[in-house]
Design a protein around this ligand. Structure first.
Ligand code: COA
Length: 182
């Protein structure tokens, strides 16, 4: 029997690329090359249509720090949107964060309502650690980023006894890591 959500394998990469880039074309998310997808593939899960075996959605969850993961590259094939697939993929990320013992998930998104329904809350971008912005260097929007930062805290997971990442320091422009001149 097909498992509806499963970890991605290299065989899924062309299809993941197709789904993500179909939305990236319309500015909804960042383009991903095969090289980027191979590199991050361990972070990825795919949603499989159990009738056809076709991959129709994907998501990645990457570890930012001991207390923070990021939901990335969430995308559902346009033909399958509005059927609960996106929500199930985010729930897979939540389970993955739990398995890892990480109490917060974040997303940079335009889909505020969608993430609110899953318990995420809008936070100031400055409250997130500097490491979050590394992808922005590659983003065409760069300094004009209009994405919304959202966080979900899994309150039942204890805070780690590991030094936490500090918020983005003052004087660093967001989202690009460029020091502002005095
Ligand atoms: C955003 C996206 C992943 C949602 O996936 P989906 O499978 O269509 O969403 P779901 O069917 O799970 O929707 C869950 C709930 O969110 C709501 N929702 C989904 N998209 C929404 C939107 N754009 N605005 C408001 N509500 C939305 C749904 O109506 C549904 O509500 P309900 O539970 O009351 O019925 C999908 O539309 C997509 O791939 N968009 C393009 C790429 C993108 O923007 N990715 C996000 C990058 S962070």
């Amino acid at each position: 029997m097909l498992r509806v959500i499963r970890n991605a394998t290299i065989h899924d990469v062309p299809r993941i690329s197709e789904i993500i880039n179909s939305h990236a074309e319309f500015g909804k998310m960042l383009f991903k090359s095969f090289a980027q997808l191979f590199e991050a593939l361990r972070d990825f899960a795919v949603y499989v249509d159990d009738a056809t075996g076709e991959v129709v959605g994907c998501v990645g969850v990457s570890i930012i720090w001991a207390d923070l993961t990021e939901v990335r590259s969430l995308a559902v094939d346009n033909r399958y949107r509005g059927r609960g697939i996106g929500s199930q993929l985010v729930k897979w990320c939540i389970e993955e964060a739990r398995r890892l013992g990480i109490r917060k998930l974040m997303s940079l998104t335009y889909e505020q309502r969608f993430f609110e329904k899953l318990g995420f809350e809008v936070v100031p971008k400055e409250s997130l650690p500097l490491k979050v912005w590394t992808d922005c260097v590659k983003c065409p929007k760069n300094l004009n980023c209009d994405e919304i930062a959202m966080v979900l805290t899994l309150a039942d997971i204890p805070e780690p006894h590991i030094p936490l990442a500090t918020p983005t320091p003052r004087g660093v422009s967001i989202p690009v890591l460029r020091w502002e001149e005095d």
